[in-house]
Write a new protein. Sequence first.
Length: 311
Amino acid sequence: MSTILAHLSDPHVLDLRGVPLHRLLLNKRLTGWINLRLKRGHKHRPAIVEAMMADLRALAPDHVAVTGDLTNLALEPEFEAARAMIERLGMHPSQVSVIPGNHDLYTEGARRSGRFGTFFEKYITSDLDLAVDLPGGRFPFVRLRGDLALIGLSSAVPRLPLVSSGHLGEAQRRALREALAHPEVAARVAVVLSHHPVVDPRGGLRPYLRGLEDIDDFRAALDHGRDVLALHGHWHVSGHEKIRASSGATIHRLGATSASLVHDGPGKMASYNVYEIDRASGLVRAHSRVWSAARERFEDAALPDGAGQTG
Ligand SMILES: [Fe+2]
Ligand SMILES: [Fe+2]
């Protein structure tokens, strides 16, 4: 019996109801909001996320992983709406794992309030006590679920406007290495969740503006002698890239699109990924369920080859 894991990311729930105007105008959120509205005419549509929740209910996977950017501006009404979205999956909180993205810790205020950890407490519980205190909660969490050992990281840190880079930090990376070496994890297939991917976006300043600051150390930690699945969001592009680690094992980089974005670019239309994982064989199969704007439903599609993606 294999385990079915569904992976969605970056729904970017936008809900400004009841938010006083000064909270939008006096800080970074204004740039974020304008950026969101004008950016290349792209559209985030809440109705697609709702349709995705219905599609997932019909699929009934064993577990769902959400790799960050649940909100846009890290405001309470957005966290409420994002949590309600997850609750509509109708799954027990032990079957859903959530990590923060840069948008979930968008401002210093969001970081100080610990809002992410408060709203998603049920979805970041850990079976092993290895976590360190980070903005947004205690990470990494380790959730042992059948064939899977889900290890959730936080790479989210508040940044200046238009900068979305991330950072894991030494303490969290050390805990990640301990988690990967733990016998309960070693007996299963390790699935590491990080909002920022283990591969840098290509071109100019993009790694500095959008990437993970300690990416080399992150990759070294994942290179632990066994195959590992490294799920991420942030790029809003779906893809599966097999990275050969120095040990000869494979790091499967698995990216998911934004769950709400209507975009006809390759690998960008709203979708979620489905992985079939077996304790003995590792990742047996991967495909995606992609939104069809014409037929207004999700349909099976191959997960694009992510090698050479630009992020
Ligand atoms: Fe995002
Ligand atoms: Fe992001």
